[in-house]
Write a protein that binds this ligand. Structure first.
Ligand code: AQP
Length: 350
């Protein structure tokens, strides 16, 4: 899949020539994992897994930035782990772990808080959007991007594959890394966001002008996910909002955003070029046909994820064992970096 690397900064602690590039990315175990999360992040992690050195995290501490039901959060943390594994993240090829199991993340966040001006956080658009929806805004929500910076910087990750909505947070992580390096000497790799050209912003099926998002997953027909019943996925695509026309082509025209979204989903799932996708639909009988065929490829793509996740969820002890192993591997990288941060900042490290 074609990707566009959005950052251009120097990597101060670049790995030796020939070393595999290091990747860090994560997702919150809150809300319903959806097709946007799958296309914008998880599928791309799996596709790049072989040639990179990967750290994939279930970022449970991030979920606490808005109120959570404790039992549900625990269940969703294992469920998201099961989805990662069923989608193809292989624990022998990638370090897979839960954020709170590696204490360096919370500690590193505190240290980075102390080099991050408040004004940088106040500018974050996701904070503005999410805080506007909360009755009472928790401090953690404002601090969310600093925790994310700690996640990435602790591993000297060069690449952070995500959807487009996270670009501003990765820019902030770059600024924090540069500021720390400037204040305390070269310490962190300055990470690059890696954002796909197609599928970086999957739109709601009910409204192709808004991003498909977990916070709208309760809205009928907004999103679909791998754990949904196939008949429900088919219904959601059938109801997908398009336009009064009948032209099945990629387009930047907001009036054609629904068709563009469906074609983008089809393109990423099938791995075809834009031209091949348009050719596939050259003889389609209207948007009904388009919706049906997109639903089919999504259902087929999700089938092994749904079945695999259900199997894995039946053995929580095995999932916990895998996560314990991942946490040990992650800590082996993160803890020495945390120690280096503490020493440079003047803390006595016992
Ligand atoms: N619509 C999307 N299209 C492409 N990529 C997307 N991502 C999210 N939505 C889309 C990418 O998926 C990952 C999710 O990370 P997260 O779990 O930390 O984010 P989140 O905020 O819980 O998920 P949502 O769906 O974005 O929820 P809302 O909008 O409610 O906050 C990231 O890599 C993200 O870019």
């Amino acid at each position: 899949m074609e990707t566009a690397t959005a950052g251009t900064g120097d990597n101060v602690a670049a790995q030796p020539a020939g070393a595999r590039r290091r990747v860090f990315s994560g997702m919150q175990p809150s809300g319903e994992f959806h097709l946007g999360n799958y296309i914008g992040a998880l599928k791309r992690w799996v596709l790049g897994q072989e040639e990179k050195e990967n750290f994939f995290c279930v970022v449970d501490l991030h979920s606490l930035t808005v109120p959570q039901d404790p039992a549900e959060l625990r269940m969703r943390t294992r469920q998201l782990t099961a989805i990662y594994l069923a989608a193809g993240i292989h624990p022998d090829k990638s370090t897979l772990f839960v954020q709170s199991h590696v204490t360096a993340h919370a500690e590193g966040c505190w240290l980075l808080n102390c080099v991050t001006p408040l004004g940088w956080l106040n500018k974050m658009t996701q904070y503005k959007d999410k805080s506007a929806k909360q009755e009472s805004v928790l401090t953690g929500l404002l601090d969310y991007p600093v925790l994310m910076a700690a996640d990435i910087l602790l591993y000297d990750a060069q690449e952070v594959p995500t959807g487009e909505d996270q670009k501003q947070h990765i820019e902030l992580a770059r600024n924090i890394a540069e500021r720390f390096n400037h204040l305390y000497g070269e310490t962190f790799v300055v990470p690059e966001p890696v954002i796909a050209k197609v599928g970086a912003r999957i739109m709601g099926l009910d409204n192709p002008l808004v991003k498909m998002s977990k916070s709208s997953s309760g809205v009928r027909g907004h999103s679909v996910g791998p754990l949904d019943d196939p008949a429900e996925i088919e219904r959601s695509f059938k109801r997908a909002v398009t336009d009064p026309g009948n032209e099945i082509r990629f387009s930047d025209d907001p009036a054609k955003a629904g068709v563009n979204n469906l074609l983008s989903i089809y393109q990423v799932i099938t791995g075809r070029s834009g031209e091949e996708v348009e050719n596939d639909f050259a003889n389609a009988r209207g948007y009904g046909d388009l919706k049906k065929r997109v639903a089919e490829v999504v259902i087929e793509e999700f089938r092994p994820v749904r079945e695999g996740a259900a199997r894995l969820m039946a053995d929580a002890a095995e999932l916990d064992r895998l996560l314990a192993r991942g946490a040990e591997q992650a800590a082996a990288v993160a803890m020495p970096k945390l120690r280096e941060m503490k020493e440079k900042m003047g803390l006595i490290v016992p």
